[in-house]
Design a protein around this ligand. Structure first.
Ligand SMILES: [Cu+2]
Length: 162
């Protein structure tokens, strides 16, 4: 996780968007494709998605997510009786040898307290993921446009949180 030298060098040549930031390895864990999607442009909340792969032989736990500015929590969307609701989780297990996907309709990082102009598409948000074994891991979420198939089957975010 201590890649400051690499990062300093990268910043000097920051003429293109850094693809390198898309994947972070910390110990046995690899965090890939961290993206944020807002359910509509001025939404006060957004969903953060990524995959967390554990190549080790021991499980790890994601214990929390912190971001600068807005508030972040770990949520899971669950369908109960045909109704989608979100549940707050204190921890998410990353089983040994498995990849856990944070994706629309399931696990996600809930980012709340946004101002209407926060996180435009193309923006990035630095976050720190705290794991039981791997410790604190810095990742950069990139804000992406809502997929074309949203908002009905989309993130389930935004409306209820306003
Ligand atoms: Cu949520």
């Amino acid at each position: 996780m201590f890649r400051s030298a690499t990062h300093a060098a990268a910043l000097l040549f920051a003429t293109v968007v850094s693809v390198e930031a898309a994947e972070v390895t910390a110990g046995d864990l690899t965090i890939a494709s961290p993206v944020i999607v807002k359910s509509f442009a001025k939404a006060r909340a957004a969903g953060g998605y990524m995959t967390v792969a554990n190549s080790g032989d021991k499980p790890d736990l994601l214990l929390g997510v912190s971001v600068e500015g807005p508030m972040a929590m770990i949520h899971e969307s669950r369908e109960e009786g045909g109704i989608m609701r979100m549940v707050h989780l204190d921890a998410v297990e990353i089983p040994a040898g498995e990849t856990v996907a944070f994706a629309p309709g399931g696990l996600h990082v809930m980012i709340m307290g946004l101002q209407p102009d926060d996180l435009p598409v193309g923006d990035t948000l630095d976050a720190v993921l705290t794991f039981d074994r791997a410790g604190e891991v810095a990742v950069t979420f990139r804000v992406e446009a809502l997929p074309v198939d949203g908002p009905g089957g989309g993130t389930g975010h935004g409306d209820a949180m306003n």
